[in-house]
Write a protein that binds this ligand. Structure first.
Ligand code: HEC
Ligand code: HEC
Length: 290
């Protein structure tokens, strides 16, 4: 063997070794998850609960990402950053997995394989109540199953590298940072309902505490709602068009699918709660507002 071949072989060996290092180290980051107590709640079977579950799925965006018939979706063309994100068929998934696995995926951001997820916005569902989650599961299990061939998900090398170099990259980390709900249902029912709605719909994009996300989304602090009247607010969230009919990027895409169906009561509660947001200073030193 001449020197050139030896050098080439050593080169390939080193690249393979570095690749294996990044692969196994990033897998370790994805598997470094901590589970809450397994979800254990009766799953209702009556029509009203299943309808409530459908309303939750609609207003929380499950249809937008998992398909209008929950058949699953390939995000190959929309998002190139993870290499290939596949939102699974939820009607099938809900029947094939137990409720603890469903809860871990939906509220904690942990897949059935025990890995942190990267694209599923579980931090937005972290504060979903047990009763709403049970209704949601009841709905998913009752939905007709449509078969669609989906490719396997794949993670690119750039994401694997980022997992090693960027803190708080995956959704299990994010879900851990969602602030607790503060309003009491007995003493301030309208505020508590509004807070619950905002903290399970708007904080996907407006910061985990609703006070703006300057890291990824470039979204405003929702304390601005105080300066908007009730009817204009309703138009903005139902249509996703801002003041002066401004296009609001992602919000314009998701609002007609998610929020146009909100009940008047929900809009009232949301408006009532968001109008009080600016009375407290926003949290400092949080990673979504560096
Ligand atoms: C912004 C898009 C988006 C929204 C909204 C969304 N999902 Fe997902 N979901 C995904 C993607 C993408 C995956 C695949 C895992 C990943 O890439 O993070 C996923 C994965 C899942 C999984 C599978 C976890 C596993 O074991 O692999 C479940 C269950 C799930 N989603 C349920 C839901 C439910 C229920 C809702 C509504 C409350 C919802 N998702 C809303 C994008 C979304
Ligand atoms: C999928 C992401 C996403 C979700 C979910 C979302 N928003 Fe937005 N929102 C945005 C973006 C992006 C903008 C515009 C940022 C910009 O260009 O100034 C925006 C802007 C706004 C504005 C300012 C409108 C204007 O005229 O400037 C309001 C008010 C608002 N959102 C309220 C809400 C409320 C209330 C919710 C929850 C019911 C919500 N948003 C959920 C992404 C989102």
């Amino acid at each position: 063997m001449n020197k050139l071949m030896i050098a080439l072989l050593c080169g390939f060996g080193l690249v393979a070794l570095a690749g294996a290092g990044v692969y196994f180290a990033s897998e370790a980051v994805l598997r470094d998850v901590s589970y809450d107590a397994p979800f254990d709640h009766p799953i209702p079977t009556d029509a009203a609960s299943i309808e409530r579950g459908r309303y939750i799925a609609r207003t929380r965006g499950c249809f937008g990402c998992h398909g209008q018939q929950l058949q699953g979706m390939n995000f190959d063309e929309q998002w190139d950053w993870p290499a290939r994100a596949i939102a699974p068929n939820l009607a099938r998934y809900a029947r094939e997995h137990d409720i603890a696995a469903l809860e871990a995926a939906i509220r904690q951001g942990i897949s059935a394989e025990g890995r942190a997820m990267l694209s599923m916005p579980s931090f937005n569902f972290a504060r979903l109540s047990d009763a709403d989650l049970a209704d949601l599961i009841a709905f998913l299990r009752s939905a007709p199953m449509i078969d669609l061939d989906l490719p396997s998900p794949r993670l690119g090398w750039s994401v694997r590298w980022e997992l090693l170099t960027v803190p708080n990259l995956h959704v299990e980390d994010w879900a851990d940072h969602v602030p607790e709900l503060t309003h009491d249902h007995q003493r301030k029912p309208a505020l508590a309902r509004g807070e619950y709605l905002a903290m399970t719909t708007c904080n996907e994009c407006h910061g985990l505490d609703l006070r703006g996300d300057t890291l990824i989304m470039g979204t405003p602090d929702l304390a601005i709602v105080r300066a908007i009247d009730r009817d204009t607010f309703e138009t903005i969230i139902r249509t996703g068009r801002g003041l002066g009919d401004r296009h609001l990027g992602l919000m314009s895409l998701v609002a007609p699918d998610r929020f146009s169906e909100m009940t008047e009561q929900d809009v009232d509660d949301l408006y009532h709660f968001l109008s009080t947001l600016g009375t407290e200073p926003a949290m400092q030193d949080v990673f979504w507002r560096p």
